[in-house]
Design a protein around this ligand. Structure first.
Ligand code: 5GP
Length: 192
């Protein structure tokens, strides 16, 4: 069986990665599996352990790093985030295309380890729109919102490390474009 693709989806906080991903996951033909990350940040309302994240303590996270259990890891606005290696490998070996929804530092590490990773960066139509979306979420205090906005500005400067940059002006269109990209890469991988 052909090994599945490794897909990295990044973009500033609030750009709509979650919504796009939810739509993409509905398409069986894409054979996507979501890689659940490990994080030290607090659980938001509605988030489920093992579905959205594995919520761990700082000590547990550091232990996973030491044992080499993470494909990549990074600090984001005061918390650690990382991708458990074991799940990614198992799913790819089962032929699933594994999606990592991670930030830019993590993507860089993935690109060093997995040369043929399919990397996609989502951009907002403009920064005002992004600010409205981050504020609209109403889940974080002003201080964190400010940090996330500053981080978004910095992340936008790093989009050139990605193979594809897609504007999320229209969710359905962004989903269609990304579906086509993934399908083309699946065809290409099958020919190799
Ligand atoms: P949030 O706290 O909003 O869920 O995520 C904050 C940022 O961390 C987002 O940009 C998200 O893509 C990123 N992120 C989530 N999981 C991981 C991970 O495993 N590794 C890295 N490097 N970033 C992650």
């Amino acid at each position: 069986m052909k090994k599945g693709l490794l897909i990295v989806l990044s973009g500033p906080s609030g750009v709509g990665k979650g919504t796009i991903l939810k739509e993409l996951m509905k398409d069986e033909e894409l054979m996507l599996s979501y890689s659940v990350s490990m994080t030290t940040r607090n659980k938001r309302e509605g988030e489920v352990e093992g579905v959205n994240y594995y919520f761990v303590s700082k000590e547990e996270f550091e232990e996973a790093v030491e044992k080499g259990e993470l494909l990549e890891h990074a600090e984001f606005v005061g918390n650690y985030y990382g991708t458990p290696l074991k799940d990614v490998e198992r799913l790819r070996n089962e032929g699933r295309n594994v999606v990592l929804e991670i930030e830019v530092q993590g993507c860089k590490q993935v690109q060093e380890k997995v040369k043929d990773a399919l990397t996609i960066f989502i951009v907002p139509p403009n920064m005002e729109e992004l600010e409205n979306r981050i504020r609209g979420r109403k889940t974080e205090p002003e201080e964190i919102i400010q940090e996330r906005l500053a981080k978004a500005q910095r992340e936008m400067k790093m989009m050139d490390q990605y193979k594809y940059v897609i504007c999320n002006d229209d969710v359905d269109l962004a989903v269609d474009i990304i579906s086509v990209i993934i399908k083309r890469h699946m065809e290409r991988a099958n020919k190799d």
